[in-house]
Design a protein around this ligand. Structure first.
Ligand code: NAD
Ligand code: IPM
Ligand code: MN
Length: 369
């Protein structure tokens, strides 16, 4: 089998710290499961700006286009907050998503048994939770034109963004959503704001058409996004797959993260359209950011990024057994009582980012024995 081409972009802040732990897992996979990786490391975000004057260089973008998969840590931080808008670290992340055509962002929120009491919500509300938020990632309010900040003749300033989707954009994310639902519990909830925004009236119409014409076996429901945010906290287990607009999905997935105990637990996969061979461009990253408040302290939770690598093995490399190994190793480490600060519970052992990464590797060894 040809070596798997992996591009690793640690980014900024805790992105660098959590990615160092993923490197241990990759090394382990190479040594113990004889998977050949061809690894390139690159810069993105503020760390790229510092060297190249841009948050995403042509060289990094070309490497991403040539890779079988990209692993990304996180971007951003106070050091770069006052840069001009076009060179802010976040622009690099948005550009790589757009250029790679990664329109489908899978953000699974699962509550691991050992962490059912770590959530700020009651155990019975979250125990056993397993939902999938599918966020549209290359359209909607984040990318719609026109956008900008203008100064009007009378000196008033005007800031504006546009929420826009075309029918092909809605249909392609819809198909991914229905497909995911078909492989799970055949229940899809489409989240919109069709009572107020025309763009999402179209979104709803297209979802209804798709269900009738291509996915009659999947049960489709609709919910307004404000209610969906409330329902996620009130009774999250009513959901299975949720599909929604770019910004709605950004907000709902941070909300869902807290159901699992911490933002540091939520992995994600961003996928493009399948080519003739069924291969998709793909980028894997935790849902969290660069966490400036804890960066440089070796205290970030690396599990979201480690589980993002598991998603990479599952979705890009068809290595379900290896993905299961990582997920089981994570479960066992948590069962054993180790906790980073964000998921700390009474009676458990508080450990650093590094110790958590080492513990997952030790557990992989045990499971693989
Ligand atoms: P954040 O996700 O970085 O942090 C929010 C809170 O969650 C903080 O208290 C942080 O300490 C905590 N947290 C996040 N990840 C954690 C982890 N792995 N372990 C333990 N605690 C964790 O969001 P923010 O503070 O709003 O943003 C900080 C910077 O990150 C900004 O520049 C923002 O633009 C950027 N950001 C980047 C991404 C990304 O790269 N995908 C995502 C979100 C935010
Ligand atoms: C995320 C982040 C990004 C987003 C930012 C950093 C551009 O919040 O990945 O969830 O809004 O998509
Ligand atoms: Mn976000």
């Amino acid at each position: 089998m040809a070596a798997k081409k992996l591009l690793i972009l640690p980014g900024d802040g805790i992105g660098v710290e959590v990615m160092a732990q993923v490197r241990r897992i990759i090394d382990w996979m190479a040594r113990k499961r004889k998977i050949e990786f061809e690894i390139t490391e690159g810069l993105i975000g503020g760390s790229s700006y510092d060297v190249h004057g841009t948050p995403l260089s042509d060289e990094t973008l070309a490497a991403a286009m040539a890779a079988d998969a990209v692993l990304l840590g996180a971007v951003g931080g106070p050091k770069w907050d006052d840069l001009p808008f076009d060179v802010k670290p976040e622009r690099g992340l948005l550009k790589i998503r757009k250029e790679m055509g990664l329109f489908a962002n899978l953000r699974p929120a699962t509550v691991l048994e050992a962490l059912a009491d770590a959530s700020t919500l009651k155990n019975e509300v979250v125990a056993g939770l397993d939902i999938m938020i599918l966020r549209e990632l290359t359209g909607g309010l984040y990318f719609g034109q026109p956008r900008g900040i203008d100064t009007l003749p009378d000196g008033t300033r005007k800031g504006y963004n546009t929420l826009v989707y075309t029918t092909p954009e809605i249909q392609r994310i819809g198909r991914v959503a229905f497909d995911l639902a078909r492989k799970r519990n055949k229940k899809l909830c489409s989240v919109d704001k069709a009572n107020v925004l025309e763009c999402t009236v179209l979104w709803r119409e297209e979802m209804i058409k798709l269900q009738k014409e291509e996915f009659p076996d999947v049960e489709l429901s609709h919910m307004y996004v404000d209610n969906a945010a409330m329902q996620l906290v009130r009774n999250p287990k009513q959901f299975d797959v949720m599909v929604t607009e770019n910004m709605f999905g950004d907000i709902l997935s941070d909300c869902a993260a807290m159901l699992t105990g911490s933002l540091g637990m939520l992995p994600s996969a961003s996928l493009g359209e399948a080519d003739a061979q069924g291969r998709r461009k793909a980028l894997y990253e935790p849902v969290h950011g660069s966490a400036p408040d804890i960066a440089g302290k070796d205290m970030a939770n690396p599990l979201a990024t480690i589980m993002s690598f598991a998603m990479c093995l599952r979705y890009s490399f068809d290595m379900a057994a290896e993905a299961d190994l990582i997920e089981n190793a994570v479960k066992n480490v948590l069962k054993g009582g180790l906790r980073t600060a964000d998921i700390m519970q009474p009676g458990k052992a508080k450990v650093s980012t590094t110790v958590m990464g080492e513990a997952v590797v030790r557990e992989l060894d045990k499971l693989n024995a």
